[in-house]
Design a protein around this ligand. Structure first.
Ligand code: SAH
Ligand code: SF4
Ligand code: F3S
Length: 469
């Protein structure tokens, strides 16, 4: 169930704390305080970090990439796989020495790992130089946490997680002036058996459509050319919404805003991907010609064990339905190799699905057990080494498919958005609405504009030239 909430504006109380932090820093002789935010994980975390940076600016901090120069280091962490966690512990550990150099340095850990009880305990007991630890639903209280610690209080540990109101109007530092995120929902109710996200992000909560539209209009008016709508399962946006605004309707509403800009979204769950959504994608000229639709496994038996609530057949039917409406649509996806109990025969069904769909690109993962999830308690007889061999087989197949797909694009014309400078001299990167990057000779003044580009060459990367503007 998703819950629609009121929209209290950013609490005045936090603005007061932010002002108090400014004064405290001055009092301590820190005239130009610097903060370094290190972000791991998905776009949701990147988006959260932009709000963290917004609040840091309110407190008077300037951003730095250099942890050695920072007076405040924040690790915004990801818990989705073991590898991500190991990296965080390594980097947090290294701040111990930085603290010897800078006695005033504050270290904070937040995000999805901070929300896990075991991690919070470990940090409390074994990482005494971590000053602040806060979970995923109290981020907006950062000024309060910093103030409390700066004014000589105890270490701060705040990991409250339940259905809280969505706090709107948290200050934000979008960093990029061309493309930006809009979270449309938070949390996840799906409980795929391998996944930690529902435990660390809490229950699904949708933002109100008028808040989302307000933010989208502000971004378009501010010159943004690409809006990425974010949620763990955007297709379940607005469930139980009394206004009846579901994701398809939301897309149509944002598409109705005047101006040339693009709408992207992530992530779609196949179980909630409807014909209504595919119709909206076809009809909305601003919605990109791309669908990220994670399939995870090509075996219906494994999908059931994963609690994904769709079958191989249903997934392939969705792909076909989308292609009927949008013949050139690009698909991307996530896939897990070596889910507990997966056999080689079942893994081969994943390969055949990949061969059938022909994804433009794939995010590939070897299963990583997450404590507290049902899959972590399932028998897992296949060795990690064996899974590695399967994984390589999958990568090889995808590389072959992707090469053919990419070569097939030479000679085609796309409307691109110039997003950044390319490594080649005098060139910009133009992105198509099928998320292909093309290097194009173009003046830097064209950054943030659209042009029609023909792909002239492919040698692992694409080159193209402008045919009109
Ligand atoms: N909400 C998104 C996924 C978010 S996590 C969705 O449902 O599609 C991003 C990806 O990480 C998942 O799609 C999955 O492929 C992968 N993943 C999640 N948990 C994992 C685990 N325990 N081991 C390996 N990969 C995992
Ligand atoms: Fe995890 Fe599944 Fe939710 Fe995605 S839909 S975040 S994979 S539980
Ligand atoms: Fe990681 Fe949390 Fe995103 S676990 S993938 S940062 S929601």
């Amino acid at each position: 169930m998703s819950i629609l909430t009121g929209s209290p504006t950013y609490p005045e109380e936090q603005r007061v704390y932010a002002e108090a932090v400014r004064s405290k820093l001055l009092e301590n002789g820190v005239l130009t305080p610097k903060a370094c935010v290190i972000t791991y994980g998905c776009q949701q975390n990147v988006s959260d970090s932009q709000r963290i940076k917004g609040m840091l600016s309110l407190m008077g901090y300037q951003m730095t990439e250099d942890r050695e120069k920072a007076d405040f280091i924040i690790f915004n962490t990801c818990a989705v796989r073991e590898h991500a966690e190991d990296r965080v512990f390594g980097n947090v550990g290294a701040t111990k020495n930085l603290k010897k150099e800078n006695r005033g340095l504050i270290v904070a850990v937040c995000g999805c790992m901070a929300q896990q009880k075991t991690v919070a305990e470990k940090i409390k007991n074994s990482y005494p130089y971590v000053d602040i630890l806060f979970g995923t639903q109290v981020t907006h209280r950062l000024p309060e946490f910093v103030y409390k610690r700066l004014s000589g209080g105890k270490r701060v540990f705040e990991t409250e997680l339940d259905n809280k109101d969505i706090i709107e109007d948290v200050p934000i530092d979008r960093e990029n002036k061309i493309k930006g995120f809009i979270p449309i929902m938070y949390g996840c109710d799906n409980f795929c058996t391998y996944c930690i996200v529902p435990y660390v992000r809490g229950r699904e909560r949708s933002r109100k459509a008028d808040e989302i539209l307000k933010e989208a209009k502000q971004m378009v008016a501010g010159g943004y050319k690409e809006i990425m709508l974010l949620g763990q399962n955007v297709n379940s946006y607005g469930k139980d919404n009394p206004d009846g605004i579901n994701f398809a309707k939301l897309l149509r509403m944002i598409n109705g805003i005047d101006g040339e800009f693009r709408i992207r979204f992530m992530t779609s769950h196949p179980k909630d991907c409807t014909e209504e959504l595919l119709d909206a994608m076809r009809d909305c000229e601003k919605v990109e010609n791309h669908l990220h639709l994670p399939f995870q496994s090509g075996s219906s038996r494994v999908l059931k064990a994963m609690n994904r609530r769709y079958t191989r057949e249903k997934y392939l039917y969705l792909i076909k339905s989308a292609r009927e409406r949008m013949p050139d649509i690009a698909f991307t996806s996530d896939v897990i190799v070596g889910f507990p109990g997966e056999t080689y025969e079942e893994f081969k069904e994943t390969l055949s699905l990949i061969d059938e769909v022909k994804f433009a690109s794939l995010f590939t993962f070897i299963y990583s057990p997450r404590g507290g999830t049902p899959a972590a308690a399932m028998p897992d007889p296949v060795s990690r080494k064996e899974k590695g061999v399967w994984f390589d087989e999958l990568i090889k197949l995808q590389e072959k498919i992707q090469k053919e797909y990419d070569r097939g694009l030479v000679g085609k014309t796309f409307r691109v958005l110039f997003e950044e400078t390319a490594p080649e001299e005098g060139c910009l990167i133009g992105k198509t609405d099928t998320i292909i990057n093309i290097s194009v000779k173009a003046d830097e003044r064209l950054l943030g504009t659209f042009a029609d580009v023909i792909i002239t060459e492919y040698d692992g990367t694409f080159k193209g030239k402008i045919i009109n503007k």
